[in-house]
Design a protein around this ligand. Structure first.
Ligand code: F6R
Length: 612
């Protein structure tokens, strides 16, 4: 993970770097650092956030045309000042910011120790910069060639920017399996982990490809080569210029703001993909490849975390509506288990960021094996979007809170439309039924808005659970993945242990956990599962568990069964994940708030997981 930001050419390059790092903080926020060249290389680092770094440098001489910075998510070495980037070579000549993992760092380090090098940090990144410095010294090379030749010995994933203080008019960056974007502006170059920090200042960008090295010069020119030293002419993309001032708009966290944005996002999704006049779903990625979708023998969905949960919902919907066989896998397992993939398979990668390392690797594997790959992505221009045969974007906009909320409902709404669309293609859904489903879907933004009216009630109720140690979330059918999502939200932002389970699985083990201290959240919004679910609730009640039922308006559930019942508006069953998840997001938010947790930047997490 980690965010890299560098600038060459701006009057106050360090200021540009610090501003960019703030926008990259979702990639990691345990320590931060910046190096600026003004006659000499000055490096400043802190354990903490970019705001702490800003405080730290506010009285320092920061003017200078060249700077590079980093916001870190620890892989090798604890979050600490000495492990923060930029890392320097021992001779003080090179400074580097790195994202990724150098897998053979130990053997490179042993080699360097034998040569008399010593290390200040526990990181693999310091090994990399020292190794490049060794090449440079030993073979008397200029920086680009030292980088290129040393990378021949390096195994792992990386994106890095490196500066040689004896040639400060030039910066070099290289990439393999981690993203690096080069922004071109009137005043110089910006090098960053993604485009977010570039949209205010750059008109053009180059997405560096794997095994490429770019050298950018203060004078405004640049060269790209590959690791074999062949010259490359990169594609230069035009960037839509935007002033991206992210504001909480009066909410006390981005997460709460994003929860409240959901009705609007669903409405935007419907507007983008539904022709209401014709009662037709128009998804260009599918329309353009209709034959492939019609003939698909199987769909395999890969993703991680919340995106994987959205995939599970899609499995239920696509199989039942369209009659196409679907499998859902964690991308991290799929990529390493030698899966059977055929050319008649469609592999769908779901990713909010479009940068998740495991999902990207799973897609690359599916590409190699000849499957048709399809990305469901939130971030335009992201790496996964560029590696799939087709892509459809969810309409969630930038999600800042680390815990995914609006991206999840954005994914689920697009995947629901995809299920309906595929059902029309396979002939399982009559156009009239499709129209009925669309009409029901069009009501969802309003229903979600109403579901948000539970806010105050849930804020009060959640105080009961602030000091709990564990919680269970149970659902059947479509509500099982929603239960997983509810449990994930709670654990990631409140640090309370939580598990999501299919309600009927309780008896096979987890029921042993239930006692009077255990809140059990039951998702009872799908009518078809209600009878069976009622027996599961009885089983929990008889073990004195605290039962909180989330149910649709108009659903009758015996008052004696539940400690609390939370009512949300009724929607058609296939749409229930979109409304059911809303109270779960709010409950997690209020519990985390009650515990004094950092809601937008929970400990140990980062929004974009670009290491495996
Ligand atoms: C949880 C969360 C994560 C992400 C996961 C995949 O709230 O945000 O579990 O869903 O890291 O990320 P993307 O969707 O960017 O591939």
């Amino acid at each position: 993970m980690c965010g890299i930001m560098a600038n060459i050419g701006s009057e106050n390059a360090a200021r540009e770097v610090l501003a960019g790092l703030k926008k990259l903080e979702y990639r990691g926020y345990d320590s931060a650092g910046v190096a600026v060249f003004n006659n000499a290389l000055n490096v400043f680092k802190v354990k903490g956030k970019v705001a702490d770094l800003e405080d730290h440098v506010k009285n320092q001489p920061m003017a200078g045309l060249v700077a590079l910075g980093h916001t870190r998510w620890a892989t090798h070495g604890v979050p600490a000042e000495n492990n923060a980037h930029p890392h320097m070579s021992e001779n003080g000549r090179l400074a580097m910011v790195h994202n990724g993992i150098i897998e053979n760092y130990q053997s490179l380090k042993n080699f360097l120790i034998e040569k008399g090098y010593s290390f200040k940090s526990d990181t693999d990144s310091e090994v990399l910069v020292q190794y490049i410095a060794w090449y440079q010294d030993h073979y008397q090379l200029e920086l680009t060639e030292a980088v290129r030749r040393s990378l021949g010995d390096v195994e792992g994933s990386f994106a890095f920017v490196i500066l040689d203080s004896t040639a400060p008019n030039t910066m070099v960056a290289a990439k393999n399996d981690n993203p690096l974007v080069v922004g071109i502006s009137g005043s110089g170059f910006y090098l960053a982990s993604d485009v977010f920090p570039l949209t205010e200042s750059c008109d053009k960008v180059i997405y560096l490809e794997d095994q490429e090295i770019i050298t950018v010069h203060l004078e405004g020119d640049y060269e790209v080569i590959d690791f074999e030293n062949a010259s490359i002419t990169p594609e230069v993309h035009t960037l839509e210029r935007k002033d991206t001032v992210y504001s909480k708009e009066g909410f006390d966290s981005f997460m709460l703001k994003e929860i409240y944005e959901q009705p609007e996002i669903i409405a935007r999704t419907l507007k983008s993909y539904v022709d209401t006049n014709l009662a037709e779903i128009k998804i260009e990625a599918i329309d353009l490849h209709r034959r492939i979708f019609k003939q698909a023998k199987r769909i395999v969905i890969v993703g991680c975390g919340t995106s994987w949960h959205a995939g599970l919902i899609a499995e239920y919907l696509i199989e039942s509506m369209a009659g196409i066989h679907v499998e859902v896998e964690y991308a991290s397992e799929f990529r390493y288990r030698d899966p059977l993939i055929s050319t008649s398979d469609i592999v769908i990668g779901i990713s909010q960021s479009g940068e998740t390392a495991d999902t990207l690797a799973a897609i690359k594997l599916a590409n190699e094996r000849g499957a048709f790959t399809y990305g469901i992505i939130n971030t335009p221009g992201s790496t996964i979007a560029r590696h799939t045969d087709a892509v459809s974007y969810i309409k969630a906009g930038v999600e800042i809170g680390v815990a995914s909320t609006k991206a999840f409902t954005g994914q689920v709404s697009l995947l629901t439309l995809i299920a309906l669309k595929l059902a029309t293609i396979t002939g399982k859904l009559h156009p009239l039924q499709c129209k009925k489903s669309i009409d029901e879907f069009l009501e969802v933004p309003k229903m979600m808005q109403e579901a948000l009216l539970t806010d105050q009630l849930l804020g009060d109720l959640s105080q009961n659970w602030v000091n709990k140690e564990s919680a269970l979330f149970l659902g059947r059918g479509l509500n099982f993945p929603v239960a997983l999502e509810g449990a994930l939200k709670l654990k990631e932002i409140s640090y309370i242990h939580a598990e999501g389970y299919p309600a009927a699985e309780m008896k096979h083990g987890p029921i042993a956990l239930v006692d009077s201290e255990m809140p059990v959240f039951i998702l009872a919004t799908n009518k078809s599962a209600l009878l069976k679910l009622t027996s599961n609730i009885q089983e929990i009640k008889s073990r004195k568990g605290e039962v909180i039922i989330i149910r649709n308006a108009g659903m009758e559930i015996d008052a004696a069964l539940a400690d609390y019942q939370i009512e949300i508006p009724a929607v058609s069953e296939f749409l229930t994940p979109l409304t059911t998840v809303v109270p779960l997001q709010l409950i997690s938010y209020y519990i985390a708030k009650g515990r004094g947790c950092n809601i937008d930047q929970p400990r140990n997490l980062a929004k974009s997981v670009t290491v495996e």
